[in-house]
Design a protein around this ligand. Structure first.
Ligand code: ADP
Length: 207
């Protein structure tokens, strides 16, 4: 089994940006959000169960999930929200496990899990946890600029996520992403070297 670094952080903390910088250095990315997207896209493995649970009202013409309709439904009805999670979460876990297993020749795997603090099973699977930490006001600025969401909408998403303190509690490594990219690159180089060494140590210990 390859060495797995789980990466997490709040919305707008910079997970995608940081993950791509690690990938450029040779880490293999497994992104649970991207997997969720595929599962609920046209022909996605979760779609038959989603259609059976919620009917055609949450389907787009191409057979994929109408995310806006689903979000509205889940927001209005907590039972619908947990039903959707009961369908998606086990599939995301299965598919991400398969992707990690398929990456056995990778130097190491970077498993991006936005809700890592909230889901213990991913933490158990990770050899190392990397948390992207970021000032909350900056998270709001970044997400409103990126998505057009209102400040209140971003605050509501952040309120439903783990706090900075809860994330730091599960972290082996913390990357502070409060500055520009220039400040981040040497830190990423250092962590990448560290992960290569730890991955190699795990490989040799397993022989
Ligand atoms: P997440 O995946 O955690 O939601 P992103 O990586 O998408 O966060 O970052 C949110 C936004 O902030 C993006 O538009 C990204 O380009 C920008 N961003 C992230 N980190 C930095 C940084 N260090 N300097 C400048 N912009 C950044």
């Amino acid at each position: 089994m390859s060495f797995v670094v789980a990466l997490t952080g709040g919305i707008g903390s910079g997970k995608t940006t940081v993950a791509e910088l690690f990938a450029a250095r040779g880490a293999v990315l497994v992104d649970t959000d991207a997997i969720a997207h595929d599962l609920s896209g046209p022909q996605g493995a979760a779609m038959p169960a989603i259609q059976a649970a919620f009917g055609n009202a949450v389907l787009r013409a191409d057979g994929g999930l109408d995310r806006t309709a689903m979000r509205r439904l889940a927001f209005a009805d907590p039972v619908a929200k947990s039903k959707l999670e009961e369908i998606l979460h086990p599939l995301i876990r299965l598919h991400s496990e398969a992707c990690c297993a398929a990456a056995e020749n990778a130097p190491y795997v970077l498993l991006v899990v936005p809700l890592l603090v909230e889901t213990a099973s991913y933490r158990r699977r990770a050899d190392r946890v990397l948390v992207i930490d970021c000032d909350e006001a900056l998270q709001i600025t970044r997400v409103t600029a990126r998505s057009g969401l209102s400040v209140e909408a971003v605050q509501a998403i952040m309120a439903a996520q783990a706090t900075r303190a809860q994330r730091r509690e599960v972290a082996d490594d913390v990357l502070l992403n409060d500055g520009g990219l220039d400040a981040l690159l040497p830190e990423i180089d250092g962590l990448h070297q560290r992960y290569l060494e730890l991955a190699s140590a795990k490989l040799h210990a397993g022989r």
